[in-house]
Design a protein around this ligand. Structure first.
Ligand code: SF4
Ligand code: SF4
Length: 161
């Protein structure tokens, strides 16, 4: 499936997802990296040791959700744009999703953007809560999304007239 469509299967996603109980306790990273490739900046980026040491550079990353505090440092360092942070506790009705973003124009804080699923389909609207820019790394955009779409929204589209 992944090789043909670029999309992970539900089984792939289930393997890399935190439990409902962990999600209910606040921000946590989700790694959607499912192909064996020689890459490990995520491991080096995490100073909390939440991303387990690779035995082989081609290993798939594994995360200890108990050690992860959702800081999103790894989001900006992953060349595959494969790491997201989700926070189900953001507010009563909304969750926060931190996504890697490398397109222009960058959205602005407070702007409403299209919220996209993994297929690139618009599934709703999201409010941009923050835009973290780095000199040589990927931007991290935090968006507030309807709670029920927490595990679906993985990208945004910025509209400019
Ligand atoms: S979000 Fe922070 S604590 Fe969690 S895996 Fe990434 S770098 Fe480590
Ligand atoms: S840095 Fe990103 S692409 Fe590379 S192994 Fe880690 S999660 Fe996968």
């Amino acid at each position: 499936m992944l090789e043909k469509t670029g999309l992970p299967t539900p089984e792939d996603l289930a393997r890399g997802s935190p439990s409902k109980e962990r999600l209910s306790r606040g921000p946590v990273a989700i790694i959607e990296c499912f192909q064996r490739i020689p890459c490990n900046p995520c491991y080096a980026a995490c100073k909390r040791g939440a991303i387990k040491e690779f035995k082989d550079i081609n290993d798939l990353p594994e995360i200890d959700f108990e050690l992860c505090n959702g800081c999103a440092v790894c989001v900006s360092k992953c060349p595959g744009l494969a790491i997201f942070v989700v926070d189900q506790t953001y507010s009563e009705k909304e969750a926060l999703v931190k996504i890697p973003y490398e397109l222009l124009p960058l959205p602005k804080k407070g702007e409403m953007v299209d919220a996209l699923n993994r297929q690139g389909e618009t599934v709703g609207k999201a409010e941009v809560v923050s835009v973290l820019k780095f000199k040589d790394k990927t931007c991290v955009i935090s968006i507030a999304v309807p709670k029920e779409l927490l595990m679906d929204i993985r990208n945004i589209r910025v509209r400019r007239e």
